[in-house]
Design a protein around this ligand. Structure first.
Ligand code: NAD
Ligand code: UD1
Length: 338
């Protein structure tokens, strides 16, 4: 099938491009390069030996989207990655987040209908589970968010659900990602955050490379085995393969499904630090500091629905996640140099 990847030059989009091309599909990416570099898709071509065309344009702009559908012939399905994703920034600039993350979906849905494209996979987030205490998190649990970013995911899920109910041809899969880390094993593509990273693994990589002098571990008094926060980290290549399975599922099923993509395992901040040190033969200086406002103690997924509907489960372990994250950082200390 031919798949449009909005936000396809980004971290998860570029890894999904590799997985789709390797599974024999064709892709085209639409990205405004706000948080990415065209170099990512050049490297996707280098890894796969296949074409990974990029249209530089904005998903909130109907003209840009129509150009893709006009130029690239019939598109069978879309994965909608395009969005702003920094939780803290979304609190400072809520309107930018609501505008970009919602308008891109509205515009995309309109243009898909114009061109007879009915299958859509959407990048949602475990953040929509809010402060649920019961673990593992199952897709039918109550939802609620703690940031404008989270609410944009929650609202997009509602919009897409309503549209799928109104249009019997529409096939929608809402993927709730847990914590994607790692990089392609070639070390040619990976996560390239702008400025000082907010998330744990990119921060660790910059400490390991000497760009930052130590890691702050946010809280050691959580009700977890070692007191530090527990999360469901998933290798980005497993996540990418989950998208291939979700697209194949969507093509055959009208309506809407919500599916968690995680490993079902929880690891603490110190588990990550110690595994990273062991597999990469490095020392990571760290200090315990206060809890980060808004963090939950524990968050991990129930993965039975992904297994049952998609016949997919994550295969790569924490060692591989830590090794591949560092391999990317080590070989690309300036990321893509954007
Ligand atoms: P990313 O920032 O690397 O990729 C998003 C891409 O979308 C970027 O290349 C950016 O330039 C592009 N973009 C943003 N707005 C656009 C617009 N209006 N038009 C065209 N392109 C636009 O982020 P990522 O980590 O690859 O995340 C992809 C998606 O998954 C996002 O929607 C994100 O919210 C969601 N998600 C990510 C995580 C994570 O931990 N990385 C977790 C849960 C959900
Ligand atoms: C964050 C977002 C979430 C988003 C996810 C993936 C918040 C509150 N949540 O989740 O919406 O879907 O990223 O992009 O930002 N940690 C440290 N030191 C650091 C950084 C993190 O100790 O320098 C700890 C955190 O307290 C947490 C764990 O590491 O326990 C993971 O943090 P992070 O990578 O930021 O992801 P989440 O907070 O789970």
């Amino acid at each position: 099938m031919k798949v449009l990847l909005t936000g396809g030059a980004g971290f998860i989009g570029s890894h999904t491009a590799v997985a789709l091309l390797e599974a024999g599909h064709e892709i085209v990416a639409l990205d405004n390069l706000y948080n990415s570099s065209p170099e990512a898709l050049k490297r996707v071509e280098e890894i796969t030996g296949k074409k990974a065309p990029l249209v530089v344009g904005d998903c909130t702009d109907e003209k840009d989207l129509r150009k893709v559908f006009e130029q690239y012939g019939h598109i069978d399905a879309v994965v909608h990655f395009a969005g702003l994703k920094a939780v803290g920034e979304s609190v400072q600039k809520p309107l930018d987040y609501y505008q970009n993350n919602l308008d891109s979906t509205f515009t995309l849905l309109r243009v898909m209908r114009m061109y007879g494209c009915h299958a859509l996979v959407f990048s949602s987030s475990a953040t929509v589970y809010g402060t649920n205490q019961e673990m593992p998190l199952r897709e039918d649990f109550p939802t609620g968010c703690t940031s404008p970013y989270g609410w944009t995911k929650w609202m997009n899920e509602q919009v897409l659900t309503d549209c799928a109910h109104a249009d019997e041809k529409l096939k929608v899969v809402l993927l709730r990602y847990f914590n994607p880390i790692g990089a392609h094993e070639s070390g040619r593509i990976g996560e390239d955050p702008a400025g000082i990273p907010n998330n744990l693994m990119p921060f660790i990589c910059q400490v390991a490379s000497g760009k930052l002098d130590h890691l702050n571990v946010f809280g050691s008094d959580y009700p977890t085995p070692d007191g530090t926060g527990v999360r469901d980290y998933i290798h980005v290549c497993d996540l990418a393969e989950g998208h291939v399975a979700a697209l194949e599922y969507a093509m055959g099923h009208a309506g809407v499904e919500i599916i968690n993509l995680g490993t079902g395992e929880g690891y603490s901040v110190l588990d990550i630090v110690h595994t990273f040190e062991r597999v990469n033969g490095l020392k990571l200086p760290y200090q315990i500091t206060a809890r980060r406002p808004g963090d939950v103690a524990i968050c991990y997924s129930d993965v039975t629905k992904a297994e049952r509907l998609l016949h997919w489960h994550a295969k790569r372990n924490l060692e591989a996640m830590c090794r591949d994250s560092w391999n990317w950082q080590k070989h690309n200390p300036q990321g893509y140099g954007k």
